[in-house]
Design a protein around this ligand. Sequence first.
Ligand SMILES: Cc1cc2nc3c(=O)[nH]c(=O)nc-3n(C[C@H](O)[C@H](O)[C@H](O)COP(=O)(O)OP(=O)(O)OC[C@H]3O[C@@H](n4cnc5c(N)ncnc54)[C@H](O)[C@@H]3O)c2cc1C
Length: 456
Amino acid sequence: MENRSPWIHQLNHKRTIETLHSDIETDIAIVGAGIAGVSTAFFLLKHTDKKVVILEGFKLAHGATGHNAGQIAGYFERPFREIVNEFGLDMACLAHKDLEYAWELLDEMYTEAGLDIPLVRLTSFSGLSTQEQILGHLENNFLRRSGGLYTRTMEILETVDFLDEIPEKYHDLFTLVPREEIALKLETFDSQYIAVLSGQKGVVNSALFCQEVTAYLLSKYKDRLSLYEHSPVAKVVLKDDKVILDVIKHTLTCDKVILCTNGFGNFDIISPSGLAIDTRFHHNLSGVVAFMSGYLEPHTGTPAVLSYYQRNAPGLTDNPGDPYFYVTRRSYEYEEKALHNLVSVGGPDFALEEHAKYSRDLEFSTTAKAQLDEFVSRTYDKTLEKDYAFMWHGVMGYTRNLLRMIGPDPDHSHLLYNLGCNGVGILTSIFGGYKVARMIKGDKFLPSIFDIPKRI
Ligand SMILES: Cc1cc2nc3c(=O)[nH]c(=O)nc-3n(C[C@H](O)[C@H](O)[C@H](O)COP(=O)(O)OP(=O)(O)OC[C@H]3O[C@@H](n4cnc5c(N)ncnc54)[C@H](O)[C@@H]3O)c2cc1C
């Protein structure tokens, strides 16, 4: 089965594409035209007077941005309690506030670009199935509340047999509910789920979002923005006062380069002090390939965002995140002007071997397909094996500490990063774009969990 994504399906395939065809100079080069690169360009053009060039190795929004689940989610895959352990409560809370602020930044981009593409906000529900998951999430919420963050009450099945074992400090963080309440919220009769978390999420086609925002930027900032596609960067050569990028037969010379490449490490970084930066960069990143399927249903207009943490977690091999199945239902225009419900399901993934290259033409994994079939059948009592309208996969860059890297390299101020998807990346990419732009403008920020570690 070919890699066929519903988000790419909705893009304009007749758009004119320009490739870098001469040696050029600019103030800032952005490498990668996914949601991170596009957001970075948006805020740079808005907050500075710099000239910006985006270099994309393939096509705009055809990376993870065109192959995700399209859920706008304000959390990290790394548990909050672990972030608190490593960085302290204040820094962990600051990062969550940054993500909350990213919702406003998303609105700002949407409104200023005059978009009218579907973007829905709704309450999402996540099912938990073990005592360990419940206690872990209660601890996360306990810490969040101690740090002054808003927390929603967890709902726990009234008949679970470990109620007496839940520590008293968590008692006002949950309520007890009957089985029907859990089944209703999670839309399943699968009885393994014994608790529900709720939260605010959104639904968008992030590839379409990028396409439309880029069209707006190219028209508004005609003299300050260029986008070159099919223009892969092979080398980033850092000089003391500038950066030179090797792009097939041409070079781009710039004051600063911002890597928005998700996790791809398909280029070398050469610095005056040797290969230290290159080694640190490549050592810090690894890839996880995630698989999704989508099926169509008659249109009802009721969107849903649901996650299912199972007793036996999916995953083709151990991955660095916290594995679960995630489901999104949304209105979807499959044929022009004909609306359906599109239900997309994700969960299975595998870690790429070190130095192994991801190919967007990779065959859909038969193990992943079997896991998706089995999940849909058990959860919704449906047999779909041949009825998927779409099956797709994408690669996610994971950093060693499972946190996005935003800001300048500690050893070279002309090299900056907004990358490291770590499972959930739409809001962090947007926040990263904003922060990097404001840093280049000269604004100062408090120390953050997103700062680039000096040593890996
Ligand atoms: C299956 C799946 C489901 C997901 N679901 C969600 C979700 O529901 N919610 C969420 O928030 N996140 C989700 N994510 C993660 C999210 O999609 C990503 O974090 C986000 O799209 C990353 O955007 P990006 O711009 O950093 O990377 P990308 O969109 O991958 O863009 C990076 C770009 O850099 C280009 N590039 C790389 N190397 C070079 C080079 N040398 N020269 C030039 N260009 C280069 C690539 O071609 C690519 O276009 C999911 C990801 C996957 C794979």
